[in-house]
Ligand binder design. Structure first.
Ligand code: NCD
Ligand code: ZN
Length: 423
């Protein structure tokens, strides 16, 4: 049988111990052969000299805004952005309209995603309407195809509800993705509470708002003996607590996002709402702690928290909703700020953007192996490019990376064996 033969690529997969020049044959949705100097069997050929070939990225924190908020993004456009970023699987957060709190909505997402350029892994709501009152039907949501539970955007307000959530999810072997924030501390805060919020005279969010949430989830996980995943870690104290929790044997995993290891709160001096997200950009000492957490493995995974909002919504600094897009810049941000700066190797970066999130979500992707999924990214690790949101494939332009010169450029993305992006 013939397929597509990708030749002379630098194959990278840390989990399989692959870091060498080689060829890969794709037949339909599977990698049929992997090796050196594979023979041409009537295949189409793609010469990948100078390019790296890795498992398609798995982004475990994405807001696709579909159903209901499709002026910001929809499943099709969000997956197009994913493909352009080398991302072949996205975990879609449930803060849509309606929220993903019912099997019907999970089925709607999966049905629409079956025609999209990336795989969508629906995350179901913990509470009905993300209202923090009544738990959803976890079993029915799992049955419908949800891969995880979260009230992201609306932290689960009470410790009791969160402990019930963790227990029930653990029974179903499903991860809980925790947005750690004590809203009683956030109040009307817009950006990190500190020097910059004072200078601007805008209400601040204390770092403790996040840290209190992180501490609660760790305490619950330890006392119940069940896993929890901490979303978008942004503070030094949370990194230290997660490190300590792991030492104590807690089943805690964590993700951070590129904006937290690339940018600091000084960016807010511009009063540009494209630098506002939740949790907010922090001071340099926190950014350094995030880097250290990534270096020593305290932070397991890198996700984007891709949170599209329109230019109109982002127009007024004080009124804009939180969130930044990230799908189209995450790989390059990682290469530029983690690999080039010696925080981690390229194979390690790719591992934390594919195999690790896949493992946390318990989905079978993120590996380069015969018989494995033909979800792949081919990128030029050297090529440098300037981030211009006007060229994005998603619907929204609210990037905090705008104007940055980044290294590492996605050239081709394959999902389910199909070419879904070509630069
Ligand atoms: C998220 C969004 O826009 O959905 N925004 C963000 O800044 N992370 C929701 C949230 O987690 O606050
Ligand atoms: Zn969140």
């Amino acid at each position: 049988m013939s397929g597509l033969l990708i030749r002379h690529a630098h194959l990278i997969d840390l989990s399989a111990g692959i870091d060498q020049i080689g060829d890969v044959r794709l037949e339909g949705e599977r990698i049929s052969e992997l090796g050196t100097s594979l023979s041409v069997q009537g295949d189409r050929l793609l010469d990948a000299d100078g390019l790296c070939l890795a498992p398609g990225l798995v982004d475990m924190h994405v807001h696709l805004r579909d159903p209901g908020l499709t002026h910001k993004e929809d499943i099709e456009s969000g997956c197009e952005a994913a493909a352009a970023g080398g991302v072949t699987s996205v975990a879609a957060m449930p803060n849509t309209l309606p929220s993903a709190d019912s099997p019907e909505t999970i089925r709607y997402i999966l049905e629409k995603a079956s025609r999209a350029k990336a795989r969508v892994l629906p995350v179901a709501a913990v509470t009905k309407g993300l209202a923090g009152k009544e738990l959803t039907d976890f079993e029915a949501l799992k049955q419908a195809g949800a891969v995880a539970f979260s009230d992201d955007g609306n932290p689960v307000a009470t410790s009791y509800l969160m402990s019930e959530t963790m227990k029930r999810a653990a029974k179903l072997q499903m991860p809980v993705l925790a947005h750690c924030e004590d809203r009683a501390l956030t109040r009307d805060g817009l950006i990190h509470e500190g020097e910059i919020s004072q200078k601007l005279g805008v209400p601040g969010v204390p770092a403790a708002a996040e840290d209190v949430g992180t501490a609660r989830e760790i305490a619950l996980s330890l006392s119940l003996g069940v896993p929890v995943h901490i979303c978008h870690v942004s503070t030094a104290v949370s990194v230290d607590m997660i490190r300590a929790a792991k030492k104590m044997g807690a089943q805690v995993t964590a993700e951070t996002c590129p904006h937290y290891f690339v940018l600091t709160h000084e960016k807010l001096l511009s009063r540009d709402a494209d630098y506002r997200m939740s949790p907010p950009l922090r001071p340099e000492k926190d950014r350094r702690a995030i880097l250290e957490g990534l270096r020593d493995g305290t932070i397991d995974a890198i996700a984007t928290d891709h949170a599209p909002h329109t230019a109109e919504e982002k127009a007024v600094f004080e009124k804009a909703p939180n969130g930044v897009v990230g799908l189209e810049t995450s790989l390059a941000a990682g290469i530029t700020f983690l690999v080039e700066n010696g925080i981690m190797s390229l194979p390690e970066l790719l591992y934390r953007m594919s195999a690790i999130p896949a493992k946390i979500l318990r989905v079978p992707c993120g590996a380069l192996r015969e018989g494995g999924r033909s979800d792949l990214v081919l990128f030029d690790p050297q090529k440098s490019w300037a981030v211009d949101p006007a060229h994005f494939h998603g619907k929204s332009r609210n990037s905090a990376m705008k104007g940055l010169q980044l290294r590492g450029c996605v050239q081709y993305t394959f999902c389910r064996g199909n070419l879904v992006y070509r630069r």
